[in-house]
Design a protein around this ligand. Structure first.
Ligand SMILES: Nc1nc2c(ncn2[C@@H]2O[C@H](COP(=O)(O)OP(=O)(O)O)[C@@H](O)[C@H]2O)c(=O)[nH]1
Ligand SMILES: [Mg+2]
Ligand SMILES: [Zn+2]
Length: 301
């Protein structure tokens, strides 16, 4: 008689080094280690695993629908896999880096993941300036949602709940913008969920130093299908995975005018008859967006 091993399915909800927390369909969380030397799973992965004592061994990672990652000269860092959407959180204060924002949007576009911007701290005086800086993004079709997560939490909840329903949403943004405030608002037991994970990963810390998956469905006994994923690492958003010649196609405001270029392989830097630079001169592309394009292009070349 041949021995058939049926592997359990699970969802990776946190990871730290070679330790992962895998959640079973029943909601049980198990510390798992990957088989072999490679540790190539990320939060959001569906895995096949089998018990090994009190812990588990990940035998196989199911094919991914998508993967959001950044890549600098030296290494690739994954944020999460199998995402339905990305929420990029910025705030009236501290002043955000437009380059980081643009990079996150390019990475999402390249991975085929829909993205929205949340502009938080609408109660602060800096909101007008922040809104003006986001105007090119609203113009190119990215939804910009203004909230005051701390001072008007109920309005924020009303706005966010329908957007997030039945989806896995990655929340990215610089620190100090309100990511924890957002997660605590929508996942009231977030602290407990983090505590559980920190304990299991033996880190003993309750800070978000690794990517974490939070269920935000009110009743844990009913089907859990709405999740927020909190991930650090918005700074130094390398895009080495992207080919320089493809960059403009991942920036909707530039892409719109690239079909007017005389040369099919126009870099939009110096060629005659460039539709992108013509649009820049007519103020149909913002100077800051074009500058960001040239900076990233130089990096990718
Ligand atoms: N004025 C104002 N402060 C906020 C708002 N939302 C969050 N904050 C504050 O901004 C700071 C950073 O928030 P936090 O959620 O820790 O940001 P994180 O670093 O992105 O996780 C905290 O002091 C929050 O209380 C808001 O809507 N208005
Ligand atoms: Mg935080
Ligand atoms: Zn051009």
């Amino acid at each position: 008689m041949s021995k058939t091993v049926t592997l359990d399915v699970g969802l990776v909800v946190a990871g730290h080094g070679r330790h992962y927390i895998v959640e079973t369909p029943e909601g049980q969380r198990i510390t798992c280690h990957p088989r072999g030397k490679k540790s190539d799973c990320v939060v959001g992965d569906r895995v096949r695993w089998q018990p090994s004592g009190d812990e588990g061994v990940i035998e196989h990672v199911e094919p991914r629908r998508n993967l959001l990652f950044r890549q600098d000269e030296w290494k690739t860092k994954s944020f999460a896999a199998n995402l339905d959407q990305l929420l990029i959180l910025v705030a009236a204060e501290p002043v955000f880096s437009e380059s980081q924002l643009a990079r996150a949007l390019i990475a999402a576009e390249s991975a085929g993941i829909a993205a929205r911007i949340v502009l938080n701290k609408a109660d602060l005086p800096g909101i007008g300036a922040a809104r003006a800086r986001l105007e090119p993004y609203a113009q190119m079709g990215v939804e910009v949602i203004e909230l005051a997560l701390k001072t008007r939490p109920e309005a924020a909840r009303e706005r966010l709940v329908p957007l997030l329903h039945a989806k896995a949403t990655l929340v990215l943004g610089p620190s100090g913008t309100g990511k924890s405030t957002l997660i605590n608002l929508l996942a009231p037991d977030a602290r407990a969920q983090v505590g559980e994970i920190s304990q299991a990963l033996n880190s003993g810390r309750h800070t978000t130093t690794t990517t974490q998956w939070y269920w935000i469905d009110a009743d844990p006994k009913q089907t859990r299908d709405t999740a927020l994923i909190d991930s650090p690492g918005f700074q130094e958003f390398g895009l080495r995975q992207i080919d320089a010649s493809q960059l403009a196609t991942l920036m909707p405001d530039l892409r719109r005018h690239a079909s007017d270029c005389r040369f099919y392989n126009c870099t939009h830097l110096h060629e005659p008859g460039c539709g992108v630079r013509a649009a820049l001169e007519r103020n149909e592309i913002s100077a800051s967006r074009y500058r960001i394009y040239t900076e990233i292009f130089a990096e990718l070349r």
